[in-house]
Design a binder for this molecule. Structure first.
Ligand code: SF4
Length: 105
């Protein structure tokens, strides 16, 4: 006859092992997604620059950066993040970058 406590413990250990095994897979899938996104180059669209200090545009005002723009979706790694503007969804943009469709968050 099996001990009901052992059965519960066995189920817990099995569920824990499956959870631990799933973590590296989830990390790999996420990293693959991130690596598939190239970093934007200057002039990608709308006079984009990776360094706002290089912005040469009549709309640019000091203090405007991708990371305080309404389209900024958050950093992915090393200051590079996602932008939800349709012309930037296939690239990562720099947190201190800027482009001509900047809109304050
Ligand atoms: S829309 Fe905003 S976050 Fe996207 S590239 Fe332009 S300034 Fe940066």
């Amino acid at each position: 006859m099996s001990n009901p406590i052992d059965g519960g413990r066995r189920k817990f250990l099995k569920a824990s092992a499956m959870g631990v095994a799933a973590l590296p897979l989830a990390t790999l899938v996420h990293q693959r997604t991130v690596k598939a996104m190239p970093q934007a180059e200057d002039d990608h669209a709308h006079d984009y620059v990776n360094d706002a200090a290089d912005a040469d545009h009549p709309r640019y005002e000091e203090g405007q950066y991708c990371d305080n723009c309404t389209f900024w979706e958050g950093e992915v790694e090393n200051g590079w993040g996602e932008c939800s503007h349709p012309d930037f969804t296939d690239v990562l943009v720099k947190d201190k970058g800027w482009c001509g469709v900047y809109a304050p968050a």
